[in-house]
Each structure stands twice: as C-alpha cells, then as structure tokens.
Design a binder for this molecule. Structure first.
Ligand code: PMP
Length: 381
C-alpha cells in the first residue's frame, strides 16, 4: 500500500505517456530548425497547461528543477532586494535552510514565527512582525508537508501588502491536491513541484506575478533561458510531463479531492477508534484531503514502519529522512520529542483505493499493538 504521496506521487498515466513521447523526440527548445521548434512547441503547451491549472499567464512561469530550486530562486532574489525574511517555524527545509543561509548571522534579517498547537501562525503576531519590518519578504507555505495543515493565506497577504512586503508561498503540497486560483490568491511568488501531483521528479516551477517589483536575479547564469531567470537547456520531457499532469489534475481534481478526503477520514476514524491513545496532528486546522499525521504513544515510528512492511508511509518528512533529529514541524506544534518520534505520516492520493486503506488500517493496528507491547515489556524489565 503506497501511502507516501507527500514524498512523491506515482506518475499519472497521462504524464508518463507524454514524458515518454518527448523522450523519444529529438530537439533543443532553443534551436530554430524543425526539431527545435517542435520541442519549443511542446514546452509552450506545457506552460499553457500549468497556467490553466493555476489561472495565471504563461509569462509568469519559470520552469526549474523542482520546488527546492524555485524556493531558492525566489528567496535569494527577494532577499537581495528586501534584506529581511519573515517565515514560519514549520516551513520545509528548502525554505528554512535557504533563509538561514541568506541571513547568515544577521538575526534581525530572519524572523521565524512560531505556530500554535494546530500548526498555524498567529495572525496577530504575523501582523506585528510585518508592520515592524515593512518591505520584507514574507515566505509562508500554503500547506504543510508533514501534517497537511493549510495556511489561511488571504489575511497574511493583505497585511503583508499593506506593509509593503512581498509574499512568496511554497505551494508544493497544495498544487494538484486542492484547486488554486492565482486570480484570487494574490501572492507575488509561488513554488511548486511536478512529482507531488503525478508529474516526473526533477521539474517544477516558480510563479512570478507580472508587475512584481523584483529585479531579475538568477541563481544559474548562462544562455538566458526562461527569460533570463534560469539558464540551461530546458528539460523538455520533464516539462512536458509536468504539463500533462497539470492538465489531468485540472480535469479530475473536483472528483479526486472529496474521494481522497473520505478515504483519509476512514483511515483516521478507524485508527483512532481502535487505538484510542493515538491522536491526529493538526486535526483542528483545515488540512489537505489526503494527509494524516498520527501519533501513536509508546510506539516509535521506525519500529512501527518495520512492523508493517507492506505499508509505505513515512516517519516525518522523507526530505529529512536519515537525519536523526525529530520533526521540527511537530516540535514547533508543541509535541514532546518522544511523541514526535512516535508519529507516522500517511499521505494518500489519486490512485489510492478503499481496499488499500482497509488493509493499511489492519496492518497499522497490528503493528502499533505489537510495538507498544514490546516497548512496554522492555520498559518493565
Ligand atoms: N517544499 C515542500 C513543502 C515539499 O514538501 C517539498 C518536497 N518534499 C519541497 C519543497 C521540495 O521539492 P522538490 O522535491 O521538488 O525539490
């Protein structure tokens, strides 16, 4: 049972086919001959498909190698101009580490806002920070990768703009999971990644709203691709796969989101009923349809995952897997180290079935009961 869509989603059949077709074709999108123009046309179509999904214009999209690069590009360009970054304690490392690297030891250049137990920043604390620092860069994620908690971004944007700040959002986990309309959501900059919504790995985009007062500052210099923002021969198969995934999402999201929410609620409802000591992190906030972060007290996540080898889920976020420290997101929400270490993230997606969820529930209940018994017996020795 693959329940790790927040780490990466399986490629959608439409994206797989489009990527494969593009891999078979020859052509550099910058060449002027027939094959080059054909590659450029495929890239144009993908840009159109992504722009249609987000309701923005094609000229506002820069293709990158993924959301990590898009976040780096946005933050370094805006920091060079603004000199202050206001962010939150639960951002992905692709934002937090970039902000720390840019601000260095200048502690006044980086404001990291705490979150409450539901995983959201306090709107009053945010307003105070943005009023104190004026024309800063605000970078607050739209949905959290570990808990699925969604930020109510509209008031954040309003307060930030009133103070003269620019707003960037890491929407990597939101795009393709819920409808997003850039005609309504007035962010200046937005990052996304294809592999979270059924496109290939290694390709993403940065949205830069037309008219955003941001001087062009590429991270990668060279032949001036992507209107000078990101040099390098375009990854045509990856971009084409991203576009095809975006088009499939656009067609299917209205059906997918409620179906996935129902499956997530089934998973949580059964696990909490059968394992009453467990709790769902961020349950009081609005969350993405398919994400469930559940703490099973007395059952360390690594032992749990080893006891349910047929369930592919995650202990914390895969991006920091291998790092021995507990999840910074769960600690920021007030969990103890022990509770954070006893937390599993299940993330469902477009291909998840009810049968899989029912099997996963049985496997998880067995694993938690077994690990708790072993841990209890060990503690008693
Ligand atoms: N931001 C968030 C919220 C993410 O979940 C991820 C992927 N784990 C990233 C950024 C990085 O995306 P990519 O893998 O495309 O670099």
């Amino acid at each position: 049972m693959y329940l790790d869509y927040n780490a990466t989603a399986p490629m959608r059949p439409e994206a797989l086919k489009a990527t494969y077709d593009a891999l078979q074709a020859v052509g550099n999108a910058s060449s002027i001959h027939h094959q080059g123009r054909d590659a450029a046309r495929r890239v144009d179509q993908a840009r159109r498909q992504l722009a249609d999904l987000l309701n923005c214009s094609t000229g506002e999209l820069i293709f990158t190698s993924g959301a990590t690069e898009a976040n780096n590009l946005a933050l370094q360009a805006a920091y060079a101009q603004r000199g202050v970054i206001i962010t939150s304690a639960v951002e992905h490392p692709a934002v937090l580490e970039t902000a720390r690297a840019l601000a260095g030891d200048a502690s006044e250049a980086l404001i990291t806002l705490p979150v409450g137990s539901a995983g959201q920043i306090d709107p009053d604390a945010f307003r105070a920070a943005v009023q104190r620092h004026g024309a800063a860069l605000v970078s607050i994620m739209l949905a959290n990768n570990e808990t699925g908690v969604i930020t109510d971004l509209a008031p954040v944007i309003e307060a930030a703009h009133a103070a003269g700040a620019l707003v960037h959002t890491d929407a990597t986990q939101y795009v393709g999971r819920l409808p997003l309309d850039l005609g309504d959501l007035a962010v200046d900059l937005l990052s996304l990644s294809a592999h979270k919504f059924g496109g290939p790995q290694g390709v993403g985009a940065l949205f830069i709203r037309r008219g955003t007062p941001l001087p062009q500052r590429p991270l990668v210099f060279g032949g001036g691709h992507e209107r000078g923002w990101r040099a390098g021969t375009l990854n045509v198969p990856g971009i084409v796969g991203l576009g095809a995934a975006a088009a499939a999402v656009h067609r299917q999201l209205d059906d997918e989101a409620p179906r996935i929410t129902k499956l997530r609620d089934l998973l949580e409802g059964e696990l909490l009923a059968q394992l009453p000591a467990s709790h769902v992190n961020g349950a009081r906030a609005s969350r993405l349809p398919g994400v469930s972060s559940i703490t099973f007290p007395g059952a360390p996540a690594d032992a749990l995952l080893a006891s349910m080898p047929d369930v592919a889920a995650s202990d914390g976020s895969a991006c920091s897997a291998g790092a021995p420290s507990p999840s910074h997101v769960l600690l920021a929400m007030g969990l103890s180290r022990e509770a954070a270490d006893s937390t599993i993230r299940f993330s469902l997606g477009y291909a998840t079935t009810e049968h899989e969820i029912r099997r996963a529930i049985d496997a998880a209940v067995r694993a938690v009961t077994h690990v708790q018994a072993v841990m209890g017996a060990t503690a008693g020795n």
